[in-house]
Design a protein around this ligand. Structure first.
Ligand SMILES: [Zn+2]
Length: 288
């Protein structure tokens, strides 16, 4: 998210400098540019993706409990209280892994349009980023909320806006949200045999990681993506234990992902992926 804003800001600066060099009346140009930028930035804070940071939230009220600050459309206090109960349970699920409750600003969206203007995928039930959690009222299970919280917690713990490749970030979020309804190993085995298994999962990372991820979902691969990454991360937890995975996540503060992965698990991501794939291939467990 912050990278996107950075890119847009760079473009605006570049375009403004070009306009300034071209124009005759430089003073008038600067005054107009200043006014325009003030209005645009003001709108981003008041009604757009920076809403959560705006000191003024028109039409919204605030409910605060512990580390959670919930911004909800004024008048819907009953709905806000219900959501707060879910948020507290989801925060507890996260605390068991992250061992801390980072400040958790949450914005309640009432429509697809709200989701879009707050900078989230409009058709989803919610998203989590380093800025905030944006959730659609009444459309989220507690597990899904815990999933979105994990995205923000991972960013907070590591101090990085993109702390991990998508497979780990999403898989960890689903593991914490106990979202195991997606796939059991024997179901993924069928996907592997029939060619739906996502073999290029490690390539979804960095700035293009999320667009690639969304593209796969648009191609109808959502279920296998979430199921597969959930099982990949569960494999790490089962094999190495929660403490080791936690130490690994902490080491992402100072190391890049590939190096930290090697140091914690003694193999490269590619080797891990091969090991995981052959585990799925040879899985003999009960169909559950
Ligand atoms: Zn996610």
């Amino acid at each position: 998210m912050l990278y996107l804003f950075g890119a847009i800001a760079l473009f605006v600066i570049f375009d403004s400098v070009r306009g300034y060099l071209k124009t005759e009346d430089k003073r008038k140009y600067l005054v107009r540019l200043f006014l325009e930028l003030t209005v645009v930035i003001g709108l981003l804070f008041l009604f757009g993706p920076l809403f959560v940071l705006s000191p003024l939230k028109i039409g919204y009220s605030t409910l605060k409990e512990g580390n959670i600050t919930l911004y909800y459309p004024g008048g819907s206090i009953d709905m806000a209280r219900d959501v707060m109960e879910q948020l507290k349970q989801a925060a507890e699920m996260n605390r068991q892994f992250y061992k801390a409750n980072y400040p958790m600003p949450v914005v309640l969206a009432q429509s697809e349009f709200d989701m879009l203007r707050f900078g989230s995928y409009p058709y989803g039930g919610g998203t989590g980023s380093e800025l905030s959690l944006n959730i659609r009222a009444g459309q989220m299970t507690t597990g899904k909320i815990a999933h979105e919280m994990s995205h923000r917690n991972l960013a907070m713990l590591t101090g990085k806006s993109m702390p991990a490749p998508n497979w780990f970030n999403e898989g960890l979020a689903s593991y914490i949200g106990k979202m195991d309804e997606y796939k059991k190993p024997n179901e993924l085995q069928v996907d592997l045999r029939e060619g739906r298994y996502v073999r290029d999962i490690l390539e979804m990372r960095g700035i293009l990681g999320t667009p690639k991820w969304i593209l796969k979902i648009r191609q109808g691969k959502g279920r296998v993506l979430y199921g597969q990454t959930y099982l990949m991360v569960k494999y790490l937890f089962d094999k190495y234990g929660q403490e080791k995975v936690y130490d690994f996540v902490v080491s992402l503060k100072t190391n890049d992902f590939e190096k930290a992965f090697w140091q914690s698990f003694g193999m490269s991501e590619e080797e891990f992926f091969q090991e995981f794939t052959s585990y799925i291939q040879n899985y003999r467990g009960e169909p559950s």
